[in-house]
Design a protein around this ligand. Structure first.
Ligand SMILES: C[S@@+](CC[C@H](N)C(=O)[O-])C[C@H]1O[C@@H](n2cnc3c(N)ncnc32)[C@H](O)[C@@H]1O
Length: 230
């Protein structure tokens, strides 16, 4: 399978996801800017004014062309009620302690009219499951989180926060990850694990899994999108 085909499918799914919240103008809040700020830049491209938050100062400092950046912890958002048209958590919540998920969603619902959660779902194939398991154990070992949840988990949290569900959709790629992309991804994860000081045991497990991902083939986990509004 050609890399171009794989990338084309990824792009198509990304476009479908970002079409769901029907962003026109308005003020959006992006929870977890990350190191690349992909979701923030996408929201801006779609016409929103965006405030991006993260609790990791290093990630905020990396954002060269973004100006509305706030350092804060997602379960305690320093904003007034209903000031945003939309708040988004794009691949952020699985990095937050699940005990705090309800607080985060409740804060998102408090400060905005509409809430969008985009999250990777638990792996379905054996290789995905092993990959999720090692990654999650490695993060837990250093006090971080990497806990993927089923889409209904996010939908129920939104309902608990009195949001009416307007979108609840899963996206699954058909194409398997091309070997070159597997290598790039494993290399990136190993670098990240080393920078976090993760035990060599997990790093070796991930490298071993990389071989299986390349030889047996692996599809990315499905992506779950839930949107709720007041
Ligand atoms: C995978 S990244 C998000 C990716 C980003 N949305 C993008 O599209 O490029 C997750 C981010 O969430 C941040 N984060 C984790 N826990 C947080 C919390 N409790 N409050 C605020 N940000 C948090 C992390 O520091 C990290 O930058």
């Amino acid at each position: 399978m050609k890399i171009s085909e794989y990338e084309k499918e990824q792009k198509m799914i990304e476009q479908k996801i970002w079409a769901l919240p029907k962003i026109e103008k308005g003020l959006a809040l992006d929870i977890g800017v990350g190191d690349k700020g992909l979701s923030t830049r996408k929201l801006i491209e779609l016409g929103a004014k965006v405030v991006a938050v993260d609790f990791d100062l290093n990630n905020l400092i990396k954002q060269k062309n973004l100006d509305k950046l706030v350092q804060c912890n997602a379960p305690h958002l320093p904003f007034k009620n209903s000031v945003f048209d939309l708040s988004v958590a794009f691949f952020t919540l699985h990095e937050i302690n699940p005990r705090l998920h309800l607080n985060v969603v409740s804060e998102m619902a408090r400060v905005s009219k509409k809430v969008m959660i985009v999250e990777p779902m638990p792996g379905q194939e054996p290789v995905n499951k092993r990959y999720d398991d090692v990654w999650s154990k490695a993060m837990h070992s250093i006090g971080k989180f990497e806990d993927h949840q089923e889409i209904m988990y996010w939908k129920k949290l939104m309902e608990k926060c009195s949001l009416g569900i307007v979108v609840c959709e899963k996206f699954r790629e058909k194409n398997r990850i091309p070997p070159q992309k597997v290598d790039e991804s494993i290399e990136g994860i190993v670098t990240l694990m080393n920078s976090y000081g993760v035990s060599k045991k997990y790093i070796e497990e991930i490298k071993g899994l990389g071989k299986d991902m390349r030889n047996k083939g692996m599809r990315r986990s499905s992506i779950g999108v839930v949107i709720g509004e007041h």
